[in-house]
Write a protein that binds this ligand. Structure first.
Ligand SMILES: NC(=O)c1ccc[n+]([C@@H]2O[C@H](COP(=O)([O-])OP(=O)(O)OC[C@H]3O[C@@H](n4cnc5c(N)ncnc54)[C@H](O)[C@@H]3O)[C@@H](O)[C@H]2O)c1
Length: 349
């Protein structure tokens, strides 16, 4: 299959590109190379004759039309987005432009190609979204997000993703475009940009710096190993039912504070301090405005209909992640120079 993957130089997109190439798919990686991108993420795929790259901003509809006309993909996996909630609080405009207008441009470019190709049944537009569109859950473990949970986004980021999800469904209902949607929980793993919680904790621990935990650290997330996510996305694009959405979770709920303690315990074993534990560096900092209390995915649809389950527990995935950061300092160290990285963002309201 010839896949056009947007955001393939980012964290999740690059995992999709690496896995798709390894499985023999042709991949056209479309990425504007924003501050969050790193072409090193796809270096192992870049030598393959199956891989090509287009540096294109999805806000530029004319460029997208050119890319679609040139490559004529069989399917689109749309991951390009502004993705950091804290940055969306400080500067929502880019989130509206990329996540909403950019998705509109993608839908129109895909629809044009699909119509000009004779509306093939096999064409797919797969939109990759987040569980954050569903809002915030109470602590009660019996309550989880299903595909039917009403949308209730509460940050500029999640509102922009919710808007893009609505556009994708509308293009299916109105124009018949064969779409698929997935809403997944928090990802972690290799190549995670060093402004997100898990890499920040690992990198600050090694540097002897404070380990920032927002508020009391009681916020609950369901952690999904990025390579499991990429595997689920490729399954959905091959086997998913057109017009349907699938929630993807890691079946790994824990509080942010528990997560940070687990990471510290792993680094304690891998690179022990002369005295004490890395957990001694944990520092509670002012909470994020509107910080959602809990996200949790009901994984039943993708499990029952497509037979997919995550392969990695959060403990095993975190060991792999910590080891990757210990072995790949050259990758993350240069990203620390990028604008805003290492600063506390999203508290100016
Ligand atoms: N990271 C998570 O935990 C998570 C969870 C659920 C859903 N998602 C969704 O998955 C997708 C990928 O997330 P990620 O964490 O890999 O993001 P990321 O920030 O690591 O990567 C985003 C990529 O998109 C590119 N991009 C941004 N704006 C662009 C534009 N205007 N034109 C072209 N390319 C552009 C960037 O250059 C970057 O390579 C996003 O749609 C996000 O909403 C992420």
């Amino acid at each position: 299959m010839k896949l056009l993957v947007t955001g393939g130089a980012g964290f999740i997109g690059s995992a999709v590109v690496r896995l798709a190439i390894a499985r023999g798919h042709e991949v056209v990686n479309v990425d504007a190379l924003t501050y969050a991108a790193c072409l090193d993420n796809v270096v192992e795929a870049a030598d393959s004759p199956l891989y090509s790259f287009e540096q294109v901003d999805i806000r530029d509809h004319a460029e997208l039309d050119r890319v679609f006309a040139r490559h004529k993909p069989d399917a689109v996996m749309h991951l390009a987005a502004e993705s950091h909630v804290d940055r969306s609080i400080d500067g929502p405009a880019e989130f509206i432009e990329t996540n909403i207008i950019g998705t509109f441009n993608m839908l129109e470019a895909a629809r044009k190609l699909w119509v000009e190709s004779g509306t093939p049944d096999a064409f797919r537009f797969h939109h990759i979204s987040t569980d954050e569109v569903f809002g915030s859950l109470p602590a009660d473990p019996g309550v989880q997000f299903t595909e039917d949970t009403p949308y209730d986004p509460r940050s500029p980021y999640s509102a922009s993703k919710a808007s893009s999800d609505h556009l994708v469904r509308a293009w299916h209902e109105t124009y018949g475009l064969p779409v698929l949607l997935t809403n997944c929980s928090n990802n972690y793993g290799p190549y995670h940009f060093p402004e997100k919680l898990i890499p920040v904790i690992i990198i600050n621990a090694l540097a002897g710096k404070p380990l920032p935990v927002y508020g009391d650290g009681s916020n609950i997330r369901d952690w999904l190993f990025v390579e499991d996510h990429a595997d689920a996305l490729l399954l959905v694009i091959e086997k998913g039912e057109v017009g349907r959405s699938y929630n993807i979770g890691g079946e790994n709920e824990c509080t942010n504070l528990e997560l940070v303690h687990t990471i510290c315990a792993i680094i304690d074993r891998r690179r022990p301090k002369p005295r004490g534990s890395y957990a001694d560096q944990i520092t509670h900092v002012i909470d994020r405005p509107g910080h959602d209390a809990r996200y949790a995915i009901d994984p039943n649809r993708i499990r029952k209909e497509l037979g997919w389950r995550p392969s990695v527990t959060v403990e095993a995935g975190l060991v792999r992640t910590v080891d990757w950061y210990l072995e790949n300092e050259a990758w993350w160290r240069k990203l620390l120079e990028r604008h805003g990285v290492g600063e506390r963002l999203g508290v100016r309201v």
